[in-house]
Design a protein around this ligand. Structure first.
Ligand code: 9MR
Length: 576
């Protein structure tokens, strides 16, 4: 299988910020430096220079050279870069490049909402659909959902929330990190001077039904999931009261396409887990401090849920979701929850200031350990979420402690910068198969989030430039010459695995909305379609824009939440 990868000059197809870094990668047999030409949309040569030979890139297996044209700073549209007889896809240089990405990346969440009719007037008629899973036939949930046999003898109303990904499942551990990232993108506008005051996330900026209600729209969107997370808590008086059920999904896997309102499967609550309970505790604690100015009653509900969940997790610290519980939905198992304990203790400390949480977080091995691995944080490794908040949200840690916590962010960012410079495609991830995992595009973005946070903390432009440059990979500076964000870039992913956005299978259905991120290259090829088509691929080539490849090409809330965070950061940089 030889994918058509288009012109051999690989650029960020969306473009470059005027004052930001501007890098490209050229696939070539040449081993000596080559001349490059930057041209305007009408063909005028704007700048010239010489490439840097980089040899064979381990992630792609290609012989490559790199171009650095950061010195050129004039805004323009339809620019191209020519090297070695090949001309790149066109791109722009503009300070407003990413303004719409902020809203587009967040629109994905509205399109994934369960339990509410999706309004075509807001996001386009092709996305309009009736409410899913409100118990209207043929749906069997989610208003009174029983447990799997033998797990509990009550039912819960767990309507609402976001569908996780291409399936109709709703999973607390994944909802947790996604909610955290939306709330954190908002909180950054309150804590970072570099965040342009949050104008881009204010009320009336997103295409959500709650716009113009006096509450920042990103909080409206996050609340849709928070209300669901709160509903997943085991009621008082029941066994394991205060814990959260790990997930709710169909009894059996369904086929594609399938609109949410047409899903006939029985829905079931799966057993509570310590990990889910701590995800609830952490996000409900964020909720308690962030919604207080807008809705004191809701904030108080969150505060109660956070403290009861945390106490329940401490009383039941080793209740793990089963790795074999993967019929009808993903397992999302996690056998190590010390990181979730740390994250939840941090969030509760930041919201309450209470000594008990400070004692717990200080005693955690993650408080002094390295929480920022080379290959990025994610739903299963959440200590970084706590560390980033401890470094940025005002708190009462002793000054020396706070300095150490903040330094851990810049130390991690320094390591990502070193890696980014080593990689000929400029991504802050090592060039081995372990960097190209299921949903790996989110790991890459999460490393960019650490770089961006280092910039917020220090205002040192080297970190901002690192965060900006890291995202070039997503928008086309990669071996496949593809943008992984639908609707963004000349040649972009559009056939992501989804039961809703299944245009590839039924032309009457839409593609994913603009701003939807694909999981990305996954060297482990964990679906049969990719395994058959891509066997033997070099890591960066292990991706196909086909709806059948759920392990390389699904959409998911925890990947789009990373995109939404970095999109908001990028939009704030303007001319940089
Ligand atoms: O994102 C999850 C990834 O880290 C796991 O390796 C993979 C296999 O367990 O599952 C991914 O999550 C999927 C979930 O299990 C079911 N809904 C779709 C999710 C994204 O593919």
């Amino acid at each position: 299988y030889e994918p058509d990868t288009g012109p051999r000059v690989r650029v960020n197809q969306v473009g470059y910020l005027p004052g930001g870094p501007k890098n490209a990668t050229v696939v070539t047999t040449a081993t000596e430096p080559l001349p490059w030409h930057l041209r305007s949309g009408t063909g005028t040569v704007l700048a010239t220079g010489t490439t840097t030979a980089r040899g064979v890139d381990t992630a792609s297996g290609q012989n490559v050279q790199t171009v650095d044209f950061s010195g050129y700073r004039m805004p323009g549209t339809g620019l191209t870069l020519t090297v070695d007889g090949a001309t790149s896809h066109p791109f722009d240089i503009s300070g407003t490049l990413y303004d719409r990405l902020r809203a587009d990346s967040l629109q994905f969440f509205y399109a994934q909402r369960s339990g509410i009719a999706i309004d075509g007037d807001l996001i386009g008629d092709e996305y309009a659909r009736p409410a899913g899973h409100l118990g209207v036939a043929p749906n069997q949930g989610d208003t009174a959902v029983p447990c799997q046999p033998g797990v509990c003898d009550y039912t819960l109303d767990v309507r609402g929330g976001w569908y996780d990904a291409g399936d109709h499942g709703k999973y607390v551990v994944n909802g947790g990190i996604a909610t955290y990232q939306l709330l954190n993108a908002f909180e950054r506008t309150r804590t970072a001077a570099t965040a342009a005051g949050g104008v881009g996330l204010a009320d009336g900026t997103l295409r959500v039904p709650e716009r113009a209600n006096g509450v920042p729209d990103i909080l409206d969107e996050a609340r849709w999931e928070l209300e669901f997370l709160l509903r997943m808590q085991v009621p008082a008086g029941q066994s394991l009261a205060g814990m959260a059920h790990h997930k709710i999904h169909d009894r059996n896997w369904t086929g594609l396409p399938l609109a949410p309102q047409d899903d006939p499967q029985p829905r079931e609550l799966h057993p509570p887990s310590t990990a889910a309970t701590l995800n609830l505790a952490a996000t409900a604690a964020q909720c308690a401090r962030l919604y207080a100015p807008y809705d004191a009653t809701f904030a108080a509900r969150c505060a109660t849920a956070a403290t009861t969940a945390y106490a329940a997790a401490k009383a039941h610290p080793t209740v793990y979701a089963s790795p074999s519980d993967g019929t009808g939905g993903g397992a999302y198992d996690d056998g190590v929850v010390t990181d979730e304990f740390y994250w939840a203790a941090v969030e509760l400390y930041l919201s309450t200031g209470a000594q008990t949480y400070l004692t717990d977080l200080t005693a955690s091995p993650h408080h002094t350990g390295d929480v920022f691995g080379a290959q990025g944080f994610g739903w299963q490794s959440t200590a970084a979420l706590g560390r980033l908040d401890l470094a940025t949200v005002p708190n009462g840690l002793p000054a020396a402690e706070l300095t150490r916590v903040r330094a851990s962010v810049t130390t991690a960012a320094d390591a990502y910068l070193t890696e980014l410079r080593r990689q000929a495609y400029g991504l802050p991830l090592p060039g081995d198969p372990g960097s190209y995992v299921w949903g790996g595009n989110s790991n890459l973005i999460n490393n960019a989030v650490v770089l961006a946070t280092a910039f917020d903390l220090t205002r040192d432009a080297v970190y901002r430039d690192g965060a900006v440059q890291a995202t070039d990979y997503l928008f086309g500076r990669n071996a496949l010459n593809i943008s992984y964000v639908t609707g963004w870039g000349e040649h972009a992913a559009q056939n992501q695995h989804s039961r809703i956005f299944a245009n590839q299978l039924d032309a009457s259905l839409p593609h994913p909305p603009a701003g939807s991120l694909a999981g990305g290259a996954n060297a482990a090829l964990q679906d049969p379609f990719a395994a058959q088509l891509l066997a033997g691929c070099a890591p960066m080539f292990c991706y196909v824009d086909d709806i059948n490849s759920y392990a390389t090409n699904e959409v998911a809330i925890n990947w789009n939440s990373a995109l939404a965070w970095i999109a908001s950061f990028l939009a704030d940089q303007g001319d940089a």
